[in-house]
Design a protein around this ligand. Sequence first.
Ligand SMILES: NC(=O)c1ccc[n+]([C@@H]2O[C@H](COP(=O)([O-])OP(=O)(O)OC[C@H]3O[C@@H](n4cnc5c(N)ncnc54)[C@H](OP(=O)(O)O)[C@@H]3O)[C@@H](O)[C@H]2O)c1
Length: 266
Amino acid sequence: MAIGKTVLVTGGSSGIGFSISKHFANAGYQLLWVSLVKEEIDIAISKLRSEIPDCNIDSLVLDLSSSDSAVKVYNWVKENQWNVDVLINNAGFGTFGFSSDIDIDRELNMIELNVVNVYKMTRLFLKDMLHKDEGTIINISSNTSFQPTPKLSAYGATKSFVNHFSRSVNEELKILKSNVKIMCVCPAAIKNTNFRKAGKMDKLKTFSGLATTTSEEVAKDVWNGFIKHKDFVVSGWKMRILYRISGLVPYGIQQFLVRKEIKEVQ
Ligand SMILES: NC(=O)c1ccc[n+]([C@@H]2O[C@H](COP(=O)([O-])OP(=O)(O)OC[C@H]3O[C@@H](n4cnc5c(N)ncnc54)[C@H](OP(=O)(O)O)[C@@H]3O)[C@@H](O)[C@H]2O)c1
């Protein structure tokens, strides 16, 4: 049991964040959640406590797409004298459609949340972890970070940033011979979270396609990756097979398959 250890999960009140939180709570971690909607947090805390009665949880309602949000989270942690052992940058959303049509402000908001906030949170908490020479940052990217994703162009690009930044800084940590780790996780399309609805992707074929996964499978992959000190996790067993063989498939065929996946079905 990890008594006295603390995990900070952005977007912990729903979807992947909620499922991952359960693994950490069961292992004895104190949970710190930062999410957007207070009612969602309250409902999620009641649900978690009904499943794990002795879980220790604190929460902060905050819009993580605002420019000072990372500093606010960091100050909240410091004021309460918590020590974050594990930071999970999970909160995020996607926009769907032709780039010429999507509302620019909505996409800028997504870039603030998926890129700028992840960058700032990583920088702020990494500094403390380096000082102690311990800690893990888990950044949730996506399979859309692997190749061009038409109609998910800006979203895929935000996740490419998360993928590249996380893995590169993790390599720096190896050069520094640090015990701190950054693990990057790339889940496949998930059937059972709010992400689809929030991004108006309800009819997108990829969510009923070959390589879909669930928040529970992603959470299990994250937990197993964490305890095995992995650098990089492709989540969803079907996506892992596709990822391994993708290098053998010519680019034109890969993109033909991607175009099929982003079709909308009734
Ligand atoms: N679902 C997929 O197919 C899929 C695939 C690959 C990667 N991912 C990534 O996985 C992560 C989690 O997604 P999910 O599928 O679990 O989606 P989800 O169920 O919609 O959960 C998103 C979480 O992020 C929080 N959030 C959203 N906007 C926020 C903001 N501005 N400020 C603070 N918190 C905010 C939400 O809080 P509230 O509930 O309070 O609004 C919610 O807790 C995202 O980074 C997503 O890009 C998802």
